[in-house]
Design a binder for this molecule. Sequence first.
Ligand SMILES: [Zn+2]
Ligand SMILES: [Zn+2]
Length: 144
Amino acid sequence: MESNIQEKVCSRCQQPKPVGEFYKDSAHKDGRASACKLCVKGAATDWQTANRGKVQSNVWLRKNKITRDEFTALYEAQGRKCADCRTPLSTKVELDKKRRDLICPSCDDRRKAKASVERQLNAPARARVLPTTPPSELVALLKS
Ligand SMILES: [Zn+2]
Ligand SMILES: [Zn+2]
């Protein structure tokens, strides 16, 4: 039996540490992750901090019921730009769940406004609520 105080050099901090300081990872030959626990935790914390409120945050992904892979595929397919106005999407992004595309918050507002106008116009006459939006803006919305 091998000694259990084997050391391994962390790929991140370059410190030799006992293997117990590395997470188990079956993807690696020696059964341990290449970076030590401290570095792995540090990286996770950095990532969370860097992405707080940003496009790839887990909260955002959960809210939009989309996986990171799906998000990345969409994001790259759209050239990292808003599907409507082509503004580069950086920190703020909305997913249009019907169309499955990514848009900036102002385009999201515009699409929602447009959808609600369309709903009002398509409603049965009896149930129709007169839009509160001025007619000129309605026309502009429906054209956009
Ligand atoms: Zn380390
Ligand atoms: Zn936009």
